[in-house]
Design a protein around this ligand. Structure first.
Ligand code: AMP
Ligand code: MG
Ligand code: MG
Length: 308
């Protein structure tokens, strides 16, 4: 560990430990048996007790340690005292072994916006598709996603006895992504990963012209970006409004840290400053490689329908 780690690395190290605690909370709520499901805008927009507790845990833990941060979480929760059991004050020693990229080593606490999706893939969580679920902590500076932490609480849950359950992945631009092995997809294949529960005609129109060998429909923005990194899919395409900044910030930073690309469906980069509108109205397009293959095939009718 360096003598005095840069602020960004301390924030990532804290976020890593906080995301690991989130995994425990997500497991505890599931094993408690009562998910406490609430419909937000409708049956396809759910919140569970895990979404609520994890958001409280992440936001309160970060705010206590770094009071000048701007933190924006998905869930609209009334103010409440937070149970001390939900506070995580550790910082990952593993993350602190790495030096901060020099262009970020001057960043101060009040210059950062943290985007928190306490549970991405909530619908899938309620349906028992557990490995679709992730916890997302995205870190933005100057309106750009520069670092992120993704916890996948049920990674390996079908792997049988002896397999370690859950994993935490982190990345910083110009440093790299850790906790996941980059794998190449099958040679020459176009495999698209997309929504399973928020599909519509526009989203399908966009996929239909891509000449895909396969279309995988899974939950979660975090999960789909992990599929790109692990070579299970070659493009994440969602030609519809619906994803928000807390869905894309951490996955974008982690994908960009391994030279991938995540933008709206027009190929425009997302902005993550604190006053930006939350909705990604112009959809999502992401790849590890070959971005242009997909971007150049997005139909004009889809582009016209999706105004940033
Ligand atoms: P999905 O790929 O359907 O799991 O969506 C990725 C993220 O975007 C999840 O957090 C969803 O809740 C969110 N999302 C996408 N479309 C919608 C929608 N129509 N309504 C609410 N949330 C959505
Ligand atoms: Mg989400
Ligand atoms: Mg969520």
């Amino acid at each position: 560990m360096s003598a005095s780690p840069a602020f960004l690395m301390r924030l990532v190290a804290s976020s890593f430990s906080i995301a690991e605690k989130a995994q425990t909370v997500v497991h505890q709520v599931m094993s408690g048996g009562d998910l406490g499901v609430v419909e937000k805008t409708g049956a396809h927009d759910l919140q569970t007790k895990a979404d609520r507790l994890v958001q409280l845990s992440i936001c309160s833990s970060l705010a206590r340690k770094f009071p000048k941060l701007t933190i924006i979480g998905e869930e609209d929760l009334p103010f409440q005292e937070v149970d001390e059991d939900l506070i995580e004050s550790l910082q990952s020693e593993e993350v602190l072994k790495y030096s901060c990229p020099t262009q970020y080593d001057h960043i101060k606490e009040d210059e950062i916006v943290v985007w928190v999706d306490p549970l991405d893939g909530t619908k899938e969580y309620t349906e028992g598709l557990l490995d679709h679920v992730t916890v997302l902590i995205g870190i933005a500076y100057g309106g750009k996603a520069i670092a992120g932490v993704i916890n996948q609480p049920y990674y390996n849950y079908q792997a049988g006895a002896g397999a370690v359950l859950g994993r935490t992945i982190w990345g910083v631009l110009n440093l790299g992504t850790f906790g996941i092995q980059l794998k190449e997809p099958p040679e020459g294949k176009h495999i698209i990963t997309t929504t399973r529960s928020h599909g519509n005609k526009l989203a399908n129109d966009c996929i239909n012209v891509m000449n895909a060998d396969d279309v995988i429909r899974v939950g979660g923005a975090g999960n789909k970006v992990l599929q790109l990194i692990e070579g299970k899919a070659t493009a994440y395409i969602f030609a519809s409004p619906g994803c928000k900044k807390w869905d894309t910030c951490a996955p974008e930073a982690i994908l960009h840290a391994v030279s991938g690309k995540l933008t709206d469906i027009h190929g425009n980069p997302f902005q993550y400053h604190k006053d930006v509108k939350h909705m990604n109205s112009a959809g999502v397009l992401a790849t590890l490689r070959n971005f242009e293959y997909y971007a150049s095939r997005v139909p004009d009718s889809v582009k016209t329908a999706l105004v940033p």
